[in-house]
Design a protein around this ligand. Structure first.
Ligand code: ADP
Length: 502
């Protein structure tokens, strides 16, 4: 009988522009906050590299300086430091190592990417410098540890340039043994800058060409990462196919289709310790799949908190960034019909000024059935997930989506546009899935208010069939939305990258 040899643990470096609990503007931070912990639990060593934003410096005060560096950014030389801190995770003995890239003029600011006037004008400088510092940090680990980094896992345009610097032969930045994986969390955000700004990257001029970083006269950081990384993945299998089309590829569909080995799709999970209706520190009552009574308490108290009448009517929630992508304008369009149904609607979000104003107007026009909270409020997001009956996600596209995973876990039935990760994680209500007790929510195909309204109408009618509704809620609560399986899939992918490109 042969026994399989245990696989060698890997050393993964993960570079990202945000990570919970240090800096967050969206789902990327949730992913980068949890995935390293899961990989450590699987026995791997993980080093996370983050920019030294003000929030990072404040939440990780006891850092040790490891290296100082000087990098040319355009015609000036910028000085910075890579600092290190070890953070204990989940009671385990193996801590998470975090490298913090210090360059205070660029990162010690109130916002991550923008202020009240819009995007910072020097974002290309900021993330070119960050990407170079990531490689210097890894170079340092190579020299110090007997266990160099095997795979550098990059996330989105802000770190995509790491792969370009690694392969472009820029002095001091080439580490031949490191393989790279770039994960695309949203192809709609590519890091586009005017072509004349290219020199601030310090990359050879030859790379400003259509075969590398040039994109219709602009610098496109994500494109560079897609071309130069050893492997590319995205956050659901459906989105991995969608981005090869004109509708979803935002001009990069051809570049993506050119990757011979394809785009890997690995769906995100959520932190099931943070998102747990039994132990949630933000909610007024706890519940679980075998006793849902606490959810009713959460609903009553949520209605009170939102200033809505305390009534047992369906409470429909929407949570997310107020951008065209998320499609919450379709809800506004459907409002005249929605208010005729005996339901309540709560929106929590922040984003486009115009959408924020339109939602505030909707609230003033229908105070008895529409509640709106403009802003980013973690506690309220938890209380809404616990207290609402349904969550609607009318996204025009959705690479993965985390809010529907959170709502499944909280027995809040998702109503989703059938796209990207929404299609992959919500099983639609139809006779065959209901018979098999597999249905967990409702789908609609087209990004129109009509299609969305039909799905909401169906959900509201099923809501009135209490037994059927409870089985929908419970089926959702039983779905495994944790990171366990996805972290294993990333591990497999790292090993594939290592073996295929050696
Ligand atoms: P995206 O990354 O496109 O913004 P995701 O669904 O992947 O969308 O992740 C969004 C994350 O941010 C979820 O954890 C969600 O609960 C949270 N979130 C979004 N908007 C808000 C808000 N206004 N207040 C609190 N949490 C929010």
């Amino acid at each position: 009988m042969s026994t399989a040899l245990p696989k060698k643990p890997l050393h993964i470096a993960m570079a990202a522009s945000e990570a919970v609990p240090y800096a967050k503007t969206g789902g990327l931070a949730d992913v980068v906050g949890v995935l390293p912990q899961e990989l450590i639990r699987l026995g791997h060593e993980v080093t996370l590299v983050l920019p030294g934003y003000r929030s990072v410096l404040e939440s990780l005060p006891s850092r040790e300086t490891k290296i100082r560096f000087t990098t040319p950014v355009g015609s000036v030389s910028i000085e910075g430091m890579v600092e290190e801190v070890c953070v204990p995770i989940g009671g385990g003995s193996c801590p998470l190592k975090i490298l913090v890239v210090r360059c205070d003029p660029y990162f010690d600011r109130p916002g991550l990417y923008q202020d009240q006037h819009g995007d910072y004008q020097d974002n290309l400088e900021r993330f070119s410098l960050f990407s170079q510092a990531v490689l210097r940090g890894i170079g340092y680990l190579h020299e110090r540890d007997g266990w160099p980094v095997d795979v550098l896992h990059l996330h989105d345009w802000q770190t995509a340039l790491c792969s370009v610097y690694l392969r472009a032969g820029v002095r001091g930045l080439a580490i031949p043994s490191v393989k790279t994986l770039l994960t695309l969390h949203n192809v709609g955000y590519q890091g586009l800058f005017p072509g004349e700004r290219f020199p601030v990257t310090g990359l050879p001029d030859a790379l400003f060409s259509p075969h590398a970083l040039e994109f219709y006269g602009l610098v496109n950081c994500l494109k560079g990462g897609i071309i130069f990384s050893d492997a590319v993945s995205t956050v659901s299998q459906t989105y991995a196919k969608e981005i090869l089309t004109k509708e979803f590829g935002y001009g990069l569909e051809g570049v993506l289709a050119d990757r011979r080995e394809g785009i890997h799709g690995i769906v995100n999970g959520i932190d099931v310790n943070v998102w747990n209706p039994e132990t949630d520190r933000f909610t007024p009552a706890s519940y679980n799949v075998s006793d849902l009574s606490g959810k009713e308490v959460c609903k009553r108290l949520l209605q009170r908190e939102l200033g809505l009448p305390v009534r047992s009517v369906p409470l429909l929630a929407a949570i997310g960034r107020l951008t065209h992508q998320k499609g919450f304008d379709l809800l506004l369009e459907a409002l005249p019909e929605l208010v005729l149904l005996d339901i309540q609607l709560v929106l929590l979000g922040t984003g486009d000024r115009d959408l924020e104003e339109r939602w505030m107007e909707a609230k003033s026009a229908h105070p008895d059935c529409v509640a709106v909270h403009i802003g980013f409020d973690e506690g309220l997001a938890h209380r809404i997930q616990a207290g609402a009956d349904m969550l609607v996600m009318p996204s025009r596209y959705e690479p993965c989506g985390l809010t529907q995973l959170q709502s499944l876990r909280y027995g809040t039935v998702p109503i989703v546009r059938c796209t990207g990760g929404l299609a992959d994680t919500v099983v639609p209500f139809k006779p065959s899935t209901v018979r098999a007790n597999l249905a967990t929510g409702f789908h609609f195909d087209n990004p129109t208010s009509d299609a969305m309204l039909s799905a909401i109408l169906l959900a509201v009618s099923v809501y009135r069939e209490r037994e059927m509704w409870h089985s929908l809620m419970k089926a959702g609560m039983k779905v495994d939305v944790s990171w366990t399986r996805s972290a294993e899939r990333y591990e497999q992918l790292y090993r594939t990258v290592l073996s295929s490109s050696q």
